[in-house]
Design a protein around this ligand. Structure first.
Ligand SMILES: [Ca+2]
Ligand SMILES: [Ca+2]
Ligand SMILES: [Ca+2]
Ligand SMILES: [Ca+2]
Length: 403
């Protein structure tokens, strides 16, 4: 296993070296040799595995998912990363920095059988109402929860026998399951986007209720048959404290508002950010919902070819989209969500969401001003493909090049 990992990394490096052969065969060979030594060192050293293993590990959001969520309840979002064997937390200091990653639980990772987000999705949300985000993971036999104790996560416990792998819930790509507070009680609930509609299980603080059908739409039967082509998100777009469904469909962006134990029928809120407007893939052109201007209504943030586009919510529709920064887009080198993960969340606690990008050198942040985004800054040299190798001059860029 250790050597397989090393081999895999070396293959990637050799692939990179081949591309550059004409320019600098000798240098490429030397770098590969250096790497081989460092790889063997890293994989042989037991204590170092999680740190250095991250070096070749944090390269897929599907296998090693990273989240932003407030796990210590100070109002600032922290980084939670599911590594090879441990789940790490880097707390936000609120002053343009994060603490170094610390292991909060030896669970919910590849090492404990959570192979990837497609087959074993994990979420980081507050399900017990103490304002600290918890870990929720779905396995074939149901939903498991580890609540945050502020400095670590508790042992995993079963909260529901539903929504696991079965005929009805084969995978996250066919039948995505998500979390959001849809009844406004402060506890995050479970939603399953099934073939014929959306089922909801409400959190009761220590378990989830039996599932109920809230809307007969947003499933494969109504054309939502591809999670990458037609992403669906949950966010409170009208400011009533209940999170609503936002679907990026063929015609544009559709909204179903959360009501009393149901969702309204979908309505087109803007003819933009949809497949026909060129937003053909969530991996290539990711779209999120986040409150960018601090008015309590969630807005659309889309990473397109030319940078980051924002469409503010009025509570009844979305305003025309505007380019808030020429960064984090395809033409700036952010070619896919898998290779260069981006997320939108409030990392400095001012109520306006910021853009966080896991780039080639580390974690970049562009803070929102309410009507634009400041120039991006490097906040922490970690949680990225180059983690641990960044002291080598050119190597981190080579890792980014080969994807
Ligand atoms: Ca909690
Ligand atoms: Ca709730
Ligand atoms: Ca709402
Ligand atoms: Ca807003």
């Amino acid at each position: 296993m250790k050597y397989a990992k090393t081999d895999f990394l070396l293959r990637k490096i050799l692939g990179s070296a081949k591309k550059r052969r004409q320019r600098s065969t000798r240098r490429a060979t030397m770098q590969v040799e250096t790497l081989e030594n460092r790889c063997l060192l890293a994989t042989d050293a037991t204590l170092g595995i999680d740190n250095f293993g991250g070096a070749d590990g944090w390269d897929s959001q599907d296998t090693y998912p990273r989240f932003l969520a407030d796990v210590d309840g100070d109002g600032q979002d922290d980084i939670v990363g599911f590594g090879g064997n441990r789940t790490f937390v880097s707390l936000s200091n609120g002053d343009s920095s994060f603490t170094n990653p610390q292991s909060w639980i030896d669970d919910f990772t590849v090492g404990q059988g959570w192979a990837n987000q497609t087959s074993a999705p994990r979420f980081v949300q507050d399900v017990n109402g103490d304002d600290r985000a918890d870990i929720i993971g779905i396995q074939p036999d149901g939903i498991f929860v580890s609540v945050s104790l502020g400095t670590e996560f508790s042992r995993a416990q079963s909260w529901s026998d539903h929504f696991g792998g079965s005929r009805d819930w084969p995978s996250q790509s066919e039948t995505p399951r998500m979390m959001a507070d849809v009844n406004g009680d402060g506890l995050s609930d479970i939603l399953g986007f099934g073939a014929n509609g959306v089922d909801v299980s409400l959190s009761r603080g220590s378990s989830f209720t039996e599932p109920a059908r809230w809307v007969g739409n947003f499933g494969a039967a109504d054309g939502w048959n591809d999670v990458d082509a037609f992403p669906r998100r949950l966010a409170d777009v009208n400011g009533d404290g209940k999170q609503d469904i936002v679907g990026f469909g063929g015609r544009g962006t559709l909204v179903s508002l959360a009501q009393d134990e149901s969702f309204s029928e979908p309505e087109l809120w803007i003819g933009a950010f949809g497949e026909r407007q060129g937003w053909t893939s969530q991996d290539q052109y990711p779209r999120y919902l986040a409150d960018m201007n601090g008015d309590g209504l969630s807005d659309i943030v889309g990473f397109g070819g030319g940078g980051t586009f924002v469409s503010l919510s009025t509570g009844q529709s979305f305003d025309p989209e505007q380019n808030w920064i020429e960064d984090f887009g395809e033409r700036q080198g952010w070619t896919s969500l898998d290779a260069s993960y981006r997320v939108v969340d409030d990392v400095n606690g001012d109520g306006m969401s910021d853009v966080v990008g896991f780039g080639s050198q580390g974690t970049y942040i562009a803070e929102s001003t309410g009507n634009g985004l400041k120039k991006s800054e490097l906040w922490v040299r970690n949680f990225n493909g180059a983690n641990g190798w960044s002291s080598q001059d050119r190597f981190p860029r080579q890792l980014a090049d080969i994807r």
